[in-house]
Design a protein around this ligand. Structure first.
Ligand SMILES: Cc1ncc(COP(=O)(O)O)c(C=O)c1O
Length: 374
């Protein structure tokens, strides 16, 4: 039977490795018979969602027997005013993850086109490329994981359809600075679609002295019309469990993506909670402060343990343990702490640790220190 099934599956699917998400906290507690665990593996918001989002979601639950608005009309209106982009330039996905897949399905010809990114980029780009049988090419980064934009430009061929750049990137946390992005855009062939994945935008923007660019600025005539900006409600808005992300792009791009999008991909609770979240700027500000203080504290504490930790404008930190992390990862799990080992990203000596509450940070670093000593 297995042989028969194998014979029916195309090679690109046969060799595809399923994405392994961070272990859910409930599963960890059950498996290890412990009563408390800390999950800092998925760059979630330790503050949780806005109370306004919770209220809006609760109100919407009563209508769960009704299909959601397939066009997310109300959310679109609120978001349009919030980001200053017209409603026909907006499209929603069940997380920005779905939009990454939708871009590949909408624009790439399987077996013909190429997708380009750099090493250690967000892993969904690779998974979607392979799932849809589109050639995937990665270029070099420097020893600090900074993207080499010249190498990326040199790798462009007539087959290059889409370039994915996460800014800041997950898992390295590195960001591309404004002058570098502008130089890259000025040399980018006009027919290549550039996706700027800004999942951590709200954490990064306005960081003093860091020259973090808002890619929306470059969408119009002066630079690159084929620019798609991705953002999400999963990170600073604390709605990862509801799955809402959005893309902003030329209305013709959005129109094509809408033809491929499943009609009711954003459920009604998610639509209501996302719209309400946009009204709570105090929650966003508080979340940003927690992330900035948290990453600074984590980098300082990990550096004091003799580890190489990478500062970032996000809500997570990359740390190099200088040796394979698998057994350390498992020991931390046994002690009720879930971090993210980065073997699947090609970084077997590295962990990615998200910002938790200050008690969680202290507990994670103390436990890591104990495990490293043992
Ligand atoms: C760079 C980047 N892009 C996209 C995503 C996907 O986020 P979501 O699908 O929850 O919107 C993530 C999640 O970790 C991310 O780090």
């Amino acid at each position: 039977m297995n042989n028969l099934i194998d014979s029916l599956v195309p090679d690109n699917i046969k060799t595809l490795k399923a994405y392994k998400p961070g272990k859910p906290i409930e599963a960890l507690i059950k498996e290890h018979g412990i009563n408390k665990a800390i999950k800092v593996a998925s760059n979630e918001n330790p503050l949780g969602p806005s109370p306004l989002a919770l209220e809006a979601a609760a109100r919407e639950l009563e209508k769960m027997h009704l299909y959601p608005d397939g066009d997310s009309h109300d959310l679109k209106e609120v978001l349009s005013a919030h980001v200053g982009v017209s409603t026909d330039e907006l499209i929603f996905g069940a997380g920005s993850d779905e939009l990454i897949d939708l871009i590949v399905r909408t624009f790439c010809k399987p077996g013909q086109d190429q997708i380009l990114t750099h090493k250690y980029a967000f892993i969904s780009y690779k998974l979607s490329a392979q799932a849809h049988n589109v050639e995937f090419i990665e270029t070099a980064v420097d020893e600090g994981y900074q993207v080499d934009l010249d190498a990326l430009l040199e790798a462009i061929t007539p087959k290059t359809r889409v370039i994915f750049l996460a800014n800041p990137n997950n898992p390295t946390g590195q960001h591309i600075r404004r002058p570098d992005l502008e130089r890259f855009l000025s040399r980018l062939p006009r027919e290549v679609i550039l996706v700027m994945d800004e999942a951590y935008y709200e954490y990064a923007i306005d960081s003093e002295g860091k020259e973090y660019p808002n890619s929306l600025t470059y969408r119009h005539e002066t630079s690159h019309p084929l620019l798609i900006t991705l953002r999400t409600f999963s990170k600073i808005y604390g709605l990862a469990g509801l799955r809402v992300g959005y893309a902003m792009a030329d209305c013709a791009i959005v129109d094509y993506m809408n033809r491929v999008r499943r009609p009711f991909n954003i459920n009604r609770v998610a639509q209501a909670a996302a719209a309400a979240s946009l009204q709570d700027s105090a929650h966003v500000e508080q979340s940003r402060v927690i992330a900035h203080q948290g990453t600074r504290t984590m980098v300082a504490l990990m550096t004091s343990l003799g580890l190489k930790a990478y500062p970032s404008l996000t809500n997570f930190t990359l740390v190099d343990l200088g040796k394979p992390v698998d057994s350390i990862y498992r020991q931390l799990l046994n002690l009720g702490i879930v971090v993210r080992p980065l073997g699947p990203w090609g970084l077997p000596d590295h962990l990615r640790i998200s910002v938790g509450t200050s008690e969680e940070i202290d507990s994670v670093i103390a436990t890591l220190s104990k495990v490293l000593e043992s």
